[in-house]
Write a protein that binds this ligand. Sequence first.
Ligand SMILES: NC(=O)c1ccc[n+]([C@@H]2O[C@H](COP(=O)([O-])OP(=O)(O)OC[C@H]3O[C@@H](n4cnc5c(N)ncnc54)[C@H](O)[C@@H]3O)[C@@H](O)[C@H]2O)c1
Length: 430
Amino acid sequence: MENKIRIGVVGTGRGKTFMKPASCTGLKLAAVCDRRPEKLEVIKSQYDTDGTLMTFTDYDEMLKSDIDAVVLANYFNEHAEFAIKALRAGKHVLSECTAMSTLAEGVALCRAVEETGKIYMIAENYPFTKQRLEIKRLYESGELGEMLYGEAEYCHPMLNSTTYKYAPGEYHWRNQIPSTYYCTHAIAQMMYITGTMPVRVNGFVPQIKDQSYREYEFRQQDSGGVIVCQMDNGAVVRTLQGAFRTHSGIARLYGTHGAAEVERSTGNVVVYHSDVSRMGQPAYRSYAPDWPDFGELASAAGHGGGDFWVQYYFGEAIRNNEQPYLNVYRACAMSSVGILAWKSVLSGGQPFDVPKWDDEEDRKKYENDTWTPFLKEGEDPADHPPRAVAWKPLPEALDKAKAAWEENDYLGLGWSKKDIDMSFDKVKMN
Ligand SMILES: NC(=O)c1ccc[n+]([C@@H]2O[C@H](COP(=O)([O-])OP(=O)(O)OC[C@H]3O[C@@H](n4cnc5c(N)ncnc54)[C@H](O)[C@@H]3O)[C@@H](O)[C@H]2O)c1
């Protein structure tokens, strides 16, 4: 651990999670980049423990510095271009979800990792709660047999007043994101537990008749997105992501020999065996699992411990010079599920194949697929697919949103002055 891996973090919202890495990860904060200088001053006062922290408003300038790796916590739909630049500048990359916002970006990202040989990892933290790690242990022991069906959910409702702070500006990614796109938290759990990959995707959104029901006034998003994936072992996985006015982190797996799930109320792992598949196991048991390792550090970390494990595995991958489990191919697979599910929603639920991201011949078909619902300022919505199908704008919504942004001293480029202190570290998840 003598030679620390010097990281540069882009983005000072979620990015803060990566600014105090545990020493066993081998990572050290060396630089922070944010286009907002006033944010950098705050960060310096909080995280510059030895007077050496470099700060940048220009990402290209940070890439010229002597950091070893970048952590991307910039806008959701801009990760791939930032990752490719970093890889080509000789830096390893830990990218927040999602890996890319178009299939073409996914192709370019895979090629950049292969051509540079640098480590790339998606910072997907939801597979690493102690409950999911325990279900993975059970799965790998053979007790559950092979997955037939799995379910995972990531529902995170937000008050309109909070949304205005988190998402200032018409073009902020949170105001544009279709309900299937934030899917990696859910699908990654089943991929990691079982080692399977999604191969085909169908997407749906609820379209009830009651037009007075909407999760958000301005944010253009349907209540939630339902995705059904066929996995490469033949199993079916259903994921749910969005708001639905309740927090939910369901994880449930039915195997050929038994079933396991995370109990919502207690956080216990519950294991079921029917008479035919019992194999000497009790028909039902429920227990509080423990961490396999680093319990104290993981318990203290955000997102049910996942924030610790992501940083730990990133450090390990760099030290061993071996791509991590959450490598670029899995990153693109889980991210493309959300894109393809949205194509499916817009085509009435038709299935779409997931590109074989590690196969140049297959992925080449997608190298020009720049289809995206995310608009940049000045672009014509008519040139892009819609971001919602059931959600309809309220006539007064934009004015209301603008008033809220102004009240928060909207600065343009997706930022207000009063957005501070919405700590991501406190999210609790079983
Ligand atoms: N894994 C998790 O549990 C988790 C939790 C929260 C957010 N996230 C992800 O983290 C990412 C960031 O989330 P957030 O809520 O902080 O988003 P945000 O939009 O609130 O903040 C993005 C930050 O990036 C900065 N930024 C954007 N473009 C920049 C540029 N060109 N140069 C310099 N700085 C730039 C912005 O100024 C801002 O500080 C998103 O992709 C989100 O999906 C993941």
